[in-house]
Design a protein around this ligand. Structure first.
Ligand code: SF4
Length: 365
């Protein structure tokens, strides 16, 4: 594990560096536990630069746990739309409801209490407890795991739970009890700017003298990660069905991906199936018939290990009655924009609005 030299020097050098180089964050001015809970939840799997504008907008609309608890899920998802990993938003919403029911709307400061809330794992609990409440709790994110594995030259797969446990224990040993929040943020900042995944800048690193991987010239080999799952290319089709000036949208109810969000009916192309056949299959599912179908655009996006090409077709409804109900809506394109939409679907709506405007201009001119 640590050498006595590392135990003394790592926190000292890291904090000296942090005091001169900390990235400005909104919670430096106002370390409210609820704000930290939202920020740490957004920061799971998403980078700071992406998170900050979403965080500001979200906290303006839901400034307290009570305000979030009282909102309906659809609105919460709408404010999260574009950040991805929507189960985080649903869990945060449920966590806020539990905070209101059990703790009178006040976010608890104890990591072990925080961990009982939906979606709150060790990292989020540690970040809230240390940064907002000054509790001596580690908060290791991907940056922290990487830095500690390099400092200690750990050659095992850092995604294994036994190895992660070892890294948490190691972090606990060097965590300064007086400034745990600064220490945790220093690790995150160092990982984001110096000890990066692909090209660590060891020559300017404040921990170079204590880093075993750098000492052995192995910073490029550590951390050890499992082999990446190969990307699979798939084709999806979505059909935007128009009835007068309204468009059919359906709510995703099943599966974990995008649950509770809205989209134009969508399906995966099966085997050698053509886009036209898939459109017919999709439309039949709703007991409708369509005409004047035309290709609108193609949207490429990635989800997990899938590289998805989404073929977008628009059609006019020519038969069948499908009334609005729970999970089914006929909306204008403007109304569609205010629904919680997955990012690819937001792009589709944008293209349809643009086409609509261009069509009107052409007709007028
Ligand atoms: S010396 Fe290099 S590998 Fe070690 S902590 Fe610093 S940047 Fe990372």
């Amino acid at each position: 594990m640590w050498t006595p030299e590392q135990i003394r020097a790592v926190p000292q050098h890291l904090l000296e560096w942090y005091r001169a180089n900390a990235r400005p964050m909104p919670w430096h001015e106002d370390a409210d536990p609820y704000h930290l809970l939202v920020a740490a939840t957004m920061l799971q799997q998403t980078q700071v630069e992406t998170v900050l504008p979403y965080l500001e907008r979200f906290l303006q609309r839901f400034p307290t746990a009570t305000a979030l608890a009282e909102a309906d899920e659809e609105e919460v998802l709408r404010y999260w739309a574009g950040l991805g990993y929507y189960s985080r938003a649903r869990n945060l919403h449920r966590a806020a409801q539990q905070i209101v029911q059990r703790y009178g709307g006040v976010v608890p400061c104890e990591a072990k209490v925080l961990r009982k809330l939906p979606g709150v794992g060790e990292y989020t609990a540690g970040a809230v407890a240390s940064i907002a409440c000054g509790k001596p709790e580690p908060a290791l994110d991907a940056n922290g795991y990487r830095i500690l594995a390099r400092l200690l030259a750990i050659e095992e797969d850092i995604t294994r739970s036994a190895v992660r446990r070892k890294l948490w224990d190691a972090c606990r040993q060097i965590l300064p009890a007086d400034v745990p929040g600064d220490f945790n943020q220093a690790l995150m900042d160092l990982g984001a700017t110096i000890c990066t995944a692909r090209a660590p800048r060891c020559l300017v690193c404040p921990l170079a003298g204590e880093c075993l991987a750098f000492g052995q010239g192995r910073q490029g080999e550590i951390p050890v990660l499992p082999a990446r799952r190969a990307t699979e290319k798939v084709h999806d089709v979505c059909v935007a069905i128009q009835r007068e000036e309204r468009w059919l949208m359906v709510k995703r109810e099943d599966g974990r991906l995008w649950r509770g969000m809205w989209e134009f009916p969508r399906t995966r192309l099966e085997g050698e199936e053509t886009v036209e056949k898939a459109v017919r299959r999709l439309v039949a599912r709703f007991g409708m018939s369509v005409q004047a179908c035309e290709s609108v655009t193609t949207v490429r996006h990635g989800v997990m290990h899938y590289a998805i090409t989404l073929h977008v077709v628009k059609c006019r409804c020519s038969g069948g009655v499908l009334e609005a109900s729970e999970g089914i809506r006929w909306v204008s394109l403007q109304e569609a924009q205010s629904l919680p939409l997955p990012s690819p679907m937001r792009r589709v709506v944008h293209v349809l609005i643009q086409q609509h405007r261009d069509g009107r201009k052409a007709a007028a001119g």
